[in-house]
Design a protein around this ligand. Structure first.
Ligand code: AMP
Length: 213
């Protein structure tokens, strides 16, 4: 089974992708995490993507599509949850085409819906673990020990693009552009809207009910 999570920054895509991994064994694949890894290790792709990332702009389709399709070809045997990809129609078309060639498909597209004010509030409290990108939040999902990831003991940090100006810019891109993908997947009959303003466990129940788990 392959799933796409669509949602603005702070809607909880990463957290729900982790829940789907625990419940259904689906491999989470977050395009933002992959880009941060490329930037941290200084690959050519990471160096090309960095200026876009640091401005809070979308990285060009060609770069992101190549990166994600390579990842899917290596990791998709037991199914995958895509988080943050696709964000544009060319990305969505490239994904459909690549999966079709592999004899696979997207089964469900979940839109984690939350109002902008709530997203702004959540993003201000968000911390990420160095080792694996696990997501914590000082308001909604506190680690047991401040500054340390419960899962792997690594240090937590705030992302360079989680400043108030860049957050506002990234949310604008989501609500003006990425949101158009809802029509794309609704036309394919794959879209389910989930109220992501609810507590994490309630959202997880809705996610699992949708995908059959
Ligand atoms: P995220 O961690 O999903 O919030 O992504 C962080 C940043 O990575 C975005 O602001 C973009 O600069 C870049 N990025 C991640 N996914 C994509 C994508 N599918 N298309 C273009 N840029 C992306």
């Amino acid at each position: 089974m392959n799933i796409i999570m669509i949602g603005a920054q702070g809607s909880g895509k990463g957290t729900q992708a982790e829940a789907l991994e625990r419940a259904k064994g689906l491999q989470p694949c977050a395009s933002g995490d992959l880009l941060r890894e490329h930037m941290a290790t200084g690959t050519p792709l990471g160096m090309e993507a960095r200026p876009y990332y640091e401005r809070g702009d979308l990285v060009p389709d060609g770069l992101v599509i190549q990166m994600i399709l390579d990842y899917i070809r290596e990791h998709s045997s037991h199914g995958i949850t895509l988080d943050g990809f696709p964000r544009t129609t060319p990305q969505a078309n490239a994904l459909d085409e690549a999966l079709r060639r592999m004899g696979q498909r997207i089964d469900h597209v979940l839109y984690l819906e939350a109002p902008r004010a709530l997203l702004l509030d959540r993003l201000g409290g968000r911390y990420i673990c160095r080792a694996h990108g696990h997501v914590w939040n000082i308001k909604t999902k506190k680690p047991q020990q401040p500054g340390i990831c419960d899962y792997d003991g690594s240090e937590l940090y705030q992302r360079s693009d989680d400043t108030p100006e860049k957050i506002a810019h990234r949310l604008d891109i989501f609500f003006n552009d990425t949101i158009k993908l809802l029509d794309f997947y609704s036309a394919q009959g794959k879209l389910t809207r989930i109220d992501a303003a609810q507590p994490i466990e309630v959202v997880t129940k809705a996610v699992l009910a949708t995908v059959g788990g």
